[in-house]
Design a protein around this ligand. Structure first.
Ligand code: ADP
Length: 580
């Protein structure tokens, strides 16, 4: 019956365990898939952002040609109307984040009268302070005074004019050049202005210079910063701009020289790349720069790992909690089952224990009643059997009653100060006949001074009876039982020792549980109900005491009951040694 229940519980436990393991496995695998999908999404985001950023840069780079150069009024250039040109430039300050300096030059028209009749100088203009300005703001040789924010730089002007002279015969509207001047690299865009009727006649020139340094500090710094927190769903982004030689020009955070996730090139040219063909046969040199993207926190793999680690831990936690839950449920169910099982065994065993002495009493009483036995010693023997069996019956019934009262929580212990020696003697007395018959030895060692405790004497009598009765029951062959009472550390200590079958270690704690019967006790078919020690334990604890056992299987056991002594002003009874 019990093993069937245990098998059932085992099966339920296994099934639940297997389902949880399967669930955990599935969860674990879905995390693997999550890692792959998350990594892919992060990588795609990097690729997308790198491409978006390059497109934005490319859009911005072609803007000054169309939105600045094309907007300057040509007649104003022809007439060198500096206030008008300056006004157009001033109204478009955003372009000066990208370009460094605007420049303009024009021939004195032959037909028009010019008071100085001399070539006009190439003038520069910048909204922001420019390094070119600092290089040389010298007085114009020609006598033209730079005004309205225009300034002179004759040496750079000479270089630009010289270049313009080389490009002009190509008769193209635009020319692009990389130029190194005064240790700075500039990208120069020339816009040539020809006579409408005679295209061979160049009458003016405008253009701008782009300084890489200004781009880095202004425009690129803004671009990389703008993308940093572009998407709140994504981890913080890292972006770098690399020049054509692979140097990091600008970056939002960590360096992406070594570790990055995506990159996209863009033409470092301030012209619409789709229109480059229109400049043919002039072939501008195109340098390609790069936008690189990654994540501030590190590699995607590391990011994904970090993200999924938390979830994996959550799974492990769920697994552990589930395992604990299943185990607890299974063990408590098993315990309940075992208890139920023990209860039915208890009922069977108690009924048997009640019937046996009753049957004996009935048999012997009937025999005596019939008058068939007349020999006085036999009659005496019969009476003894009847009295022993009646005592057993009474003991069992009182044990049952006590137990049911304990179970119902209504057992009361009327406390009074008693001498524990007297209680022990009363308990031992009930075994006089048992030992007088020569079926064993009972050794008693009690102190010769009073051992006062506050207790219910009846309850303790039963406690000692239970212990001595067990010592007798669980002994084979020659019975030897010793009962000792001593006092130590303000406690009275009763030890009941036997040389019986002993109790295996794993059973030593269980024997105090209700209905528990040791395996060997069951094998030996010793009558018992499994409630004797449960009562002992309950009574001892209700009196503020303890009960414990030490035992060696095959050699015997010692049960110890400790109870607090009644404190008196004279502590004479303390530390009293037991004497025979
Ligand atoms: P019962 O004796 O009716 O079985 P108890 O509660 O008194 O119930 O004891 C519980 C179990 O403890 C016994 O079945 C037996 O296995 C074990 N036990 C108790 N006392 C002893 C003892 N002195 N020696 C060996 N085993 C004992």
């Amino acid at each position: 019956m019990l093993s069937r229940h245990i098998r059932l519980v085992g099966l339920v436990l296994t099934l639940t365990g297997v389902s949880f393991a399967a669930l955990l496995g599935l969860g674990w695998r879905s995390l693997d898939r999550f890692e792959v999908a998350f990594a892919r999404a992060l990588r795609q985001a990097c690729v997308y952002i790198a491409q978006e950023a390059t497109q934005q840069i490319q859009r911005d780079f072609k803007s000054p040609v169309f939105n600045l150069l094309e907007q300057v009024d040509h007649p104003a250039i022809k007439n060198f109307d500096l206030p008008k040109i300056a006004e157009t430039l001033r109204n478009r300050p955003q372009h000066f984040l990208l370009i460094d300096t605007f420049f303009v030059w024009s021939l004195v028209p032959e037909k028009e009268s010019d008071p100085l009749k001399t070539e006009r100088p190439l003038l520069f203009y910048s909204v922001l302070p420019s390094p070119i300005h600092r290089v040389g703001d010298q007085a114009p040789a020609s006598g033209y005074v730079a005004s309205n924010g225009f300034f002179l730089n004759p040496s750079l002007a000479a270089v630009l004019q010289e270049e313009a002279r080389r490009f002009a015969p190509l008769r193209k509207n635009f020319a692009l050049r990389y130029l190194t001047f005064d240790t700075n690299t500039y990208l120069v865009v020339y816009h040539f202005l020809y006579d409408e009727e005679d295209r061979r006649l160049l009458w003016g020139l405008e253009g701008f210079l782009v300084d890489e340094k200004r781009l880095r500090e202004g425009y690129f710094a803004e671009v990389v910063a703008a993308w940093k927190h572009h998407d709140a769903q994504l981890p913080e982004l890292a972006m770098s701009i690399l020049d054509s030689e692979g140097r990091e020009i600008s970056r939002s955070g960590r360096s992406l020289l070594e570790r990055y996730e995506a990159e996209a090139p863009f033409a470092f040219i301030f012209f619409d790349t789709d229109l480059l063909e229109s400049l043919s046969p002039f072939q501008p040199e195109v340098r390609y720069w790069t936008v690189r993207t990654g994540y501030e926190a590190g590699d995607i793999d590391a990011l994904v790992q970090r993200e999924s680690r938390q979830q994996r831990w959550a799974w492990v936690l769920v697994g552990v909690i589930a395992a604990i839950g299943v185990t607890l449920t299974a063990t408590s169910t098993a315990r309940e089952m075992r208890l139920g099982n023990m209860k039915s065994e208890f009922v069977a065993s108690v009924s048997h224990d009640l019937k046996t002495p009753l049957a004996k009493i009935q048999l012997y009483a009937e025999t005596l009643e019939s008058g068939r036995v007349t020999a006085p010693d036999k009659v005496e023997g019969y009476y003894r059997v009847i009295s022993t069996q009646a005592r057993k019956l009474a003991h069992l019934i009182s044990e049952l009653l006590d137990f049911s009262r304990i179970e119902a929580g209504v057992r009361r212990y009327p406390l009074q100060e008693v001498d524990l020696r007297a209680v022990l003697r009363a308990a031992i007395e009930t075994f006089d006949q048992e030992f007088a018959a020569g079926r064993g030895t009972l050794e008693i060692a009690l102190p010769d001074i009073e051992v006062p405790v506050l207790a219910d004497p009846e309850a303790f009598e039963q406690v000692f009876e239970n212990l001595i009765s067990n010592a007798v029951k669980y002994s084979r062959g020659e019975r030897f039982v010793s009962v000792t009472l001593s006092t130590t550390d303000g406690q009275a200590l009763v030890e009941v020792t036997d040389c019986g079958i002993g109790i295996p270690r794993r059973e030593q704690r269980k024997v105090f549980g209700k209905f528990y019967r040791g395996a060997e006790a069951v094998d030996m078919a010793v009558t018992g109900s499994g409630i004797g020690l449960a009562i002992v334990d309950n009574v001892a604890r209700a009196h503020g005491g303890t009960v414990s056992v030490t035992s060696v299987p095959g050699q015997g056991s010692t049960f110890r009951v400790a109870l607090p002594l009644v404190r008196r002003s004279t502590q004479a009874q303390d530390e009293a040694d037991p004497v025979d």
